[in-house]
Design a protein. Sequence first.
Length: 253
Amino acid sequence: MMVVLFAAFGGIASAAFAIVFLWMREEHSALILPHFISFATGALLGAALLALLPEAIEAAGPAGAHRIGLALVLGLGVFFVIEKLVLWWHVHAHEGVSHDHVRERASGVLVLVGDSLHNTLDGVVIAAAFLTNVSLGLVTTFAVAAHEIPHRVGDFAILVQAGLSRPRALLLNLATGIASVLGAIAAYFGLRQATGALPYALAFAAAGFLYIAVAGLIPGLHRSADPRTSAVQVILIGTGIAVIALAGRLTRA
């Protein structure tokens, strides 16, 4: 099944590819990873605003425009609440740790639980996209993989810092990717039985991509404010958007 294959790519293969960064010399990976995050930001914005949301609006039609807006607001709210709960858990698990370093000091168990939930949602997004059309599914999988790679690099480092060996951290990181397959299978059969909900699932997915890009990735990019770095970030964000737009055109051709 194509949905399962690409959900596995988004969840499992991205974790394996992320390890490439960790086996590089530290100065090289530290140089490359911020650029990849800029590109991933553009890919998420492009997938949300140029692929998922237009498809949702077209499928819902004029009569469903208001409900699409509600699905977007609901999606943003759900992701905000999830992040708040995770941050609250982190703070109480690490009292005395400053808020700026909460995520970096998270426990290995919390990382694995959070990854599993995150990957399940990624699987749902990929399934909803493929149920709409194959081209949207391919673009969405690319965007998922793009933002998962830097995310997995950070999580792998946290697991190692928590005391796990590199092989065990890699195995557990890969195992959480199975959740994306399970989420895709559940969403595939669930949404097939409720096709009327599909446009709103796409809008919810677009909200998730927007939240990750705007609340999760962009604040980190602002830590470097010098003109040269900022210009490179803008170029790479634009490149990520352009790649999504081009991929959408090519897959529809």
